[in-house]
Design a protein around this ligand. Sequence first.
Ligand code: NAP
Length: 265
Amino acid sequence: MDNKIVVITGGSSGIGRALCNCFIDAGYKVAIASRSVEILEKVKSDLRSEGHEILTVKTDVRVDNDCKNLVDKVIEKYGKIDVFINNAGITWYESNEDGINIKKHKEIMDTNHFGTVQCTKYALPHLLKSKGSLVGVCSIAGEVGLPNRSAYSASKFAMNGFLNSLRVQYLNKGLQVLITYVGYTSTNIRKIVKDDSKSSHFPPGYGDAVKEKGMMTPAEAATHIFNGVKKRKRSVRSSAVGQLTVWLNKLFPRLNDKLAAKYYS
Ligand SMILES: NC(=O)c1ccc[n+]([C@@H]2O[C@H](COP(=O)([O-])OP(=O)(O)OC[C@H]3O[C@@H](n4cnc5c(N)ncnc54)[C@H](OP(=O)(O)O)[C@@H]3O)[C@@H](O)[C@H]2O)c1
C-alpha cells in the first residue's frame, strides 16, 4: 500500500508527540519538526527501538527559511505531503500587575500565527496536489477571549481566521482545512511558561505536567484530531467544557463573559 505522509510541527512533545503515535499506528510515514535537536533525536531513537522510522527536521517555525527547508526535506524523502499539522505553539499568562507585555505578544504571534502562515505557504501547493489535509491545532482561546491570556488568545484568533479563510478560498479544490479547538491538556506548555513568568494566573489544577487535574491527556487530544482528519471534518472541539463555553458565548455572551472570568482565571 502507498503510505500516506504526515508532517507535524511541534511533534517532539505533548499533543504533537501523541499525534506522532496515532499516525504511526495508522500506517502513515511521519515527519516531525521542532527546535531542539536533542529531543527530536530522542523521539527518533525511542521510535526506532519500537521498529518505526521517522524523519526529523530541526525547525524554528518563526524562521521562514526553516519552514521552507522542512517542506523541502519531506518532499525530497517522501515525494508528497498528505497531511500537514500546524501544532507548534507556546503560551503566556499575564497578571494584571505585570500588564501587557509587548515582547511576549510579538513572540507568541510569531510562533503561533506566523509559524502557521509560513509553514502553510510552503506546504499548500503539495496539499493541493494530494487533495490532502491542512490542520491547525488551535484552542478554545481562539474562539473565546480568556482572561490573562490576551497574547495567546490573539494569536489563536489570528490563526483561526487565516485557516478559515483558506478553507473557503480552496473549497472546490479537494483540500480539507481542519481547525481543532483543543481544551486544557496536560503537557509541558504551562510548565515552560511557569518557569519563565512571575504571573500567578494559571489554570485550575496546574502542577507538574503529569499531575494536572481535570485535563485531557495528550493521547486523548491527539485521538480527537486524528479522527477529525480521517473524517475530513472542518472543525473539532475536544473538551465538553470548551464546547459549552463556545455555545454559551454564541447564545448568551454576557453570561459567558462572567463564567469565563470565573472558570478560566
Ligand atoms: N496543552 C493545552 O492545554 C493546549 C490547549 C489548547 C491548545 N493547545 C495547543 O496545542 C499545541 C501543542 O502544545 P502542547 O500543549 O502539546 O505543548 P508542548 O508539550 O509544550 O509542545 C509544544 C511543541 O511545540 C514546539 N515548538 C515551540 N516553539 C516552536 C518553534 N518556534 N518552532 C518549532 N517548534 C516549536 C516544541 O518544541 P521545541 O521547544 O523544541 O521547539 C514542542 O514540540 C500548541 O499549539 C498549543 O497552543 C494546547
